[in-house]
Every structure is written in structure tokens, then in C-alpha cells.
Design a protein around this ligand. Structure first.
Ligand code: MLC
Ligand code: AMP
Length: 503
């Protein structure tokens, strides 16, 4: 039996999920996910390691789908619920998904793909309260899952223009979850809230899988809104909260607009939380300090990546140092290396390389990219530069200027440029990230147009969001007659950044 199910079996009567005003116990979750797993198996003779894509709203049905796919022996491929059709098609085609599970509201977005591909499709809403009709001994109908098998494919943007599918096994996920439950002392008394998108590790692993593996309760919200978050903090007795820096920034802005009395009341409420964690992008010291004043909570900053889940964390008990991501998590080995992948001396900056059971298996169908991303001795190269100061790791930046972190999302400048170049009036473009207090980095694009008079920012933006997720949309444009280039003719991205910063 999968460890997550084994664990859930230990607290059948406990509430696992709060969503859409309803509560669901672990028993309910096990029952429904197993019934649905059997449905997935019945319709196919064998779904062993078949890729099963699912585009399901955050909540009970999301976890039911995920657990059903795993118990049926499939590989879960969560689709982003805000992506437009071309981005969804890319993932479906790249993974060769043979089964698709949908919340009804996403059927129309995917209908063209469903018609053309003939993919087996389930509308999850049609299988509500599915366990009454189920047979007693469901596990007898479910396959034994070898933990070395593939479990999850998450798409991540990198230094190539198309996102890559990061494949993790059940063993990887178990290691990723166990290290966090240990380090952050999760228990079944915890109540957390998931405000993060569920096609990335922060939401899936740190919040949903850790809470449910610890026997805790997880409250889901469909759409991030500070008002809803604070209301749920109160009504659902939340005591553990995890988010990206942009979310803390937005919560602070909301808090500051409240009366002194209301601010104090919410501060009292938050002061009693067991833990608040921040990560996925650098947490500015100013945000950490202001949040502490407003909430009475000292944020625990940690460092992670889709390929590893979490790798470095500030201590739960010891000093949580502002500007630092802490020390390696239990079971995660870290080295800082130079360009030749030799370890640098203590106090010198170097690229973070990682080894451990938490490290992913491979990039889906990309053996060359996989081989390139590991050193000769099998350590994963993160592309992030760090330094150790007084025993704590500090992230200094990234190897590549083409990777942007905005709102906690990792975005490839090259992927955006490729799409922009498809726009008929754009001759050339250069996309960069510039500093922004709220978003971490803001995506901006310098463009060269066929005819400058035809340049229309709104038209480009409207066109862009039909091709790509709106969180990848450039927020500012700069019309240039030519892009800044070096003697070799290569675009100098740092010059492009300066053009925006000086504007
Ligand atoms: C949205 N907006 C942006 C933007 N994204 N503006 C600038 N830059 C961006 N990146 C604008 C929209 O255009 C809109 O404005 C307004 O903000 C609201 O849009 P929205 O889509 O409704 O945004 P919101 O729901 O508020 O989203 C903000 C957010 C979201 C912070 C909640 O970005 C988010 O969920 N981020 C988390 C991503 C994440 O989980 N990353 C982890 C990856 S894993 P207008 O004017 O158009 O209405 C990883 C590993 C690790 O990194 O270590 O964890
Ligand atoms: P992703 O590929 O979306 O998983 O994003 C992983 C990247 O997020 C890492 O390679 C880092 O660049 C960045 N990141 C995650 N956590 C932090 C942090 N605490 N500080 C700085 N960067 C971070």
C-alpha cells in the first residue's frame, strides 16, 4: 500500500479536507479515491504508469483524483486550471496522456483536444459520493505499487524555450514529504490552508501532501483573496500557513488598510499559529520584518525547486535568519561548486548541487536534458548560486538571466520570446525580469516592430493570453528600433534590464 494511504488509514474518522463549505474525513477520501481508482482500471486493462492528466479545482475532488491515479498505478499530471488551450495541449501531447479527469467547468476549454485526440475523459463531478455503491474489499482490486515507479510529472520552465516535465517517483515524494514533516514537526493536530496553485510542488508537496501524510486537516480555497484567507484563519482554526513572498506582501497590504483595532485582533489570532513558512522566491528582509510586526510571526524561509521539492530550510526551533534560507534538510546533501563542479572553499559563492532521495528521476522524454542537468557523479545542478555565512546558506542569484521568478512562478524568458515572435507585427524581442517589491520580478519585454505606428500594447496582451497563462504575460513593453547587442550580435539582457530600470 502507498505510504500516504497507509497513513490515512490510521485516522479514518478525522477531517482531512475542508472545501466548498463541506468537510471530508480520511475515510471518505480513501473510499472515494479507491472507488474511482477501480473505475480507472476497469476501463483500461492496465494503467500501469499511464499518464493521467487532471484539471480539477482545488478541493476534495483534486485530492480524490490524485490519490485515485496513484492507487490505480498511473502517473499524475496536474494541469494548471488557468492555462489556455495551447499550454494545456502542450502538456497533454508531451506526456502522451491517455486519460483525462476534469472538473465540469473545464470541459469546454479542452473540448477541441478531446474531440481530436479521442482521449478517455472523466468528468469528476459525475462521481460524487461514489463510495456507497462500492464493494467492500476494494484494495483487492487495486495493484501493488512499487515505490520506484513514476508518480508525478510537473512542468517547469527552464533555460530551454519549452517547459520540461519533471518526473518524480513515489519514493522521491515520500522522501520529500518525510523530510518536511520531520523538520517542521507536522502533527495530526495541525490545520493548514492551501492558497497555492496545484500544478507546482509548493502546493502539492509542502501543503497538501505534507498535511495529509501527517494526518492533519487542509482547507482549500479556489481563488486567492486576503479577505477569504483571514476569514478562514479564524473559522477553521488554522495554525500552519505556507505561501510565496508575493502572497505575504498582498496580505500585508490588506492588513495595513484595516483599522488599528482590527489589525490588533488579527495579530492576536496569527500570533498563536504554530508555523508560517515562506519560499519559492527570495523573501525580502523588509517583508519578513514587517510581517513579524503585523502578525507576531517570524517567517521560516526555505529554498526548493520542482526537481527536488525542498532542499534547504531555516530551523524550526533555532534562529530564523532574515535574508538566509537556512541549512540542508535531513536526508538532503548539498554542495557549492565552481564551473568545473569542484567544491568551493567555505565562504566562497558557488552553484548549489543536490543529491538525495528527494531528487527527481528524470525530465520526461528528454534524456539529453536529464544527463546535462546532473554532474558526472549524479548530483543535480540547480543553476542557483549561494554562499554559506555563519553556517547559513544565502541565495545570491541564478546562473541564467533567462529564468524569471514572478509571483513565485518560474518563467522562461525564452518561452515568452518565442510566443511574442509569432505575433505578426513583432520583428524581434527580448524578455527580462526587473525588480518589483510585490511580484519579486516583473516580466517586461523590449520589442522591435515592423512599423512603430502599429504598436498597440493592449492588442499584444490580449493576443498573448490566448497562447499562454496570464502570469507569464509581460507587464511592460518598450518599443526599440534595435535590441542592445554585443560584438558577437548576442542580445545583452542586462542592458535591456537597465533600459527598463532607468525609464
Ligand atoms: C498576476 N498579476 C500580475 C502577475 N500575476 N502582475 C504582475 N506580475 C505577475 N506575475 C496581476 C493580474 O494581471 C491581475 O491584474 C492581478 O494581478 C490579479 O491576477 P490573478 O491572476 O488573480 O492574481 P492572484 O490570484 O492575486 O495571484 C497572485 C498569486 C499567484 C501570488 C496568488 O501569482 C500565485 O498563486 N503564485 C504562487 C505560485 C507558486 O505556487 N509558485 C511555486 C512554484 S514551486 P489585472 O490588473 O489584470 O486585474 C517552487 C519551488 C519552491 O517555486 O521552492 O516552492
Ligand atoms: P521552480 O522551478 O518553480 O520549482 O522554482 C525553483 C526556483 O525558485 C529555485 O531554483 C530558486 O531559484 C527559486 N527559489 C525557491 N525558493 C527560494 C528562496 N527561498 N529564495 C530564493 N529563491 C528561491
Amino acid at each position: 500500500m502507498l505510504p500516504i494511504i497507509e497513513q490515512a488509514n490510521k485516522q479514518l474518522n478525522k477531517i482531512a479536507i475542508y472545501a466548498d463549505g463541506k468537510t471530508f474525513t480520511y475515510e471518505h477520501l480513501i473510499n472515494e479515491s479507491q472507488t474511482f481508482a477501480i473505475r480507472l482500471i476497469n476501463n483500461k486493462n492496465d494503467i500501469s504508469e499511464a499518464r493521467v492528466a487532471f484539471m480539477v479545482n482545488p478541493g476534495f475532488n483534486y485530492v480524490k483524483s490524485l490519490w485515485a491515479i496513484w492507487q490505480a498505478g498511473g502517473v499524475a499530471v496536474p494541469l494548471c486550471i488557468t492555462h489556455p488551450l495551447p499550454s494545456l495541449e502542450y502538456v497533454l501531447e508531451d506526456t502522451g496522456a491517455s486519460i483525462l479527469i476534469l472538473s465540469r467547468e473545464y470541459e469546454s476549454v479542452l473540448q477541441p483536444y478531446i474531440d481530436q485526440s479521442g482521449i478517455t475523459c472523466y468528468i469528476i463531478d459525475d462521481f460524487e459520493n461514489d463510495f456507497n455503491e462500492s464493494n467492500q474489499n476494494k484494495t483487492a482490486h487495486l495493484p501493488n505499487i512499487d515505490l520506484a515507479r513514476m508518480a508525478l510529472i510537473l512542468y517547469t520552465s527552464g533555460t530551454t524555450n519549452k517547459p520540461k516535465g519533471v518526473v518524480t517517483t513515489h519514493q522521491n515524494i515520500q522522501a520529500q514529504v518525510t523530510t518536511l514533516i520531520t523538520a517542521w514537526e507536522w502533527t495530526s493536530n495541525d490545520n493548514t490552508i492551501c492558497v497555492l496553485p496545484l500544478h507546482h510542488v509548493h502546493g502539492i508537496i509542502n501543503v497538501v501532501s505534507c498535511s495529509l501524510c501527517a494526518g492533519a486537516s487542509c482547507t482549500f480555497v479556489n481563488q486567492f483573496s486576503p479577505k477569504t484567507i483571514f476569514e478562514l484563519f479564524e473559522t477553521n482554526s488554522i495554525n500552519v500557513f505556507m505561501a510565496v513572498p508575493t502572497i505575504y506582501f498582498k496580505l500585508m497590504t490588506y492588513l495595513e488598510a484595516l483599522s488599528q483595532q482590527e489589525q490588533l485582533r488579527l495579530k492576536q489570532l496569527m500570533s498563536s499559529f504554530r508555523l508560517m513558512v515562506c519560499g519559492s522566491a527570495a523573501l525580502p528582509i523588509s517583508v519578513m520584518e514587517k510581517w513579524e510586526q503585523l502578525s507576531g510571526q517570524r517567517l521560516l524561509e526555505r529554498y526548493g525547486m520542482t526537481e527536488l521539492a525542498m532542499a534547504i530550510s531555516n530551523p524550526y526551533h533555532g534562529e530564523r535568519k532574515a535574508g538566509y534560507v537556512g541549512i540542508p534538510l535531513p536526508g538532503v546533501n548539498i554542495k557549492l561548486v565552481n564551473e568545473l563542479y569542484e567544491e568551493v572553499s567555505l565562504g566562497e559563492p558557488g552553484e548549489i548541487i543536490v543529491n538525495g532521495k528527494n531528487v527527481f528521476k528524470e525530465y520526461w522524454n528528454k534524456p539529453e536534458a536529464t544527463a546535462e542537468s546532473f554532474t558526472n557523479v549524479g548530483w543535480f545542478k540547480t543553476g542557483d548560486i549561494a554562499i554559506i555565512e555563519d553556517g547559513y546558506y544565502r541565495i545570491m542569484g541564478r546562473n541564467s538571466v533567462d529564468i524569471i521568478k514572478s509571483g513565485g512562478y518560474k518563467i522562461s524568458a525564452l518561452e515568452i520570446e518565442e510566443v511574442l515572435r509569432e505575433y505578426e507585427l513583432i520583428v524581434d524581442c527580448a524578455v527580462v525580469g526587473i525588480h518589483d517589491d510585490e511580484w519579486g520580478e516583473l516580466i517586461v519585454a523590449a520589442i522591435v516592430c515592423k512599423d512603430e505606428n502599429d504598436f498597440n500594447e493592449k492588442k499584444i496582451s490580449d493576443w498573448f493570453v490566448q497562447k499562454m497563462a496570464s502570469y507569464k504575460k509581460p507587464r511592460r513593453y518598450l518599443l526599440l528600433s534595435d535590441l542592445p547587442r554585443n560584438a558577437m550580435g548576442k542580445v545583452v539582457k542586462n542592458e535591456v534590464k537597465k533600459l527598463f530600470e532607468n525609464k
